[in-house]
Write a protein that binds this ligand. Structure first.
Ligand code: SF4
Length: 89
């Protein structure tokens, strides 16, 4: 059997890695064992529970995980909150 080109192997590895992470995350949420804490403190992120602009509140951020957590900022995160790392969905 011919060798698979490295570029194809790399693409396959990346796709498999992405799929695995998605599956693992889905299982974590399904079984209620999702990571509650992010990686930086609310203080470091300048987090506030009352975001000043509706379009920039946590519920519209890619890192928000309903009902009350964030993949980047630690602790309970309110859907109406905001921090300096906001990233629009
Ligand atoms: S704005 Fe985004 S990154 Fe910041 S606390 Fe809210 S969900 Fe997390």
């Amino acid at each position: 059997m011919a060798d698979v080109p490295k570029a194809v192997r790399d693409e396959w590895d990346a796709a498999l890695d992405s799929y695995s992470r998605g599956l693992f995350s889905a299982l974590e949420h399904h079984f209620g064992i999702a990571e509650k804490a992010g990686t930086i403190s609310q203080h470091e992120a300048d987090y506030t529970e009352d975001g000043p602009i509706e379009a920039e509140r946590c519920r519209h951020c890619t890192m928000f995980r309903a009902p009350d957590s964030c993949t980047y900022v630690e602790g309970d995160i309110h859907p109406g909150g905001h921090c300096r790392f906001f990233n629009a969905r």
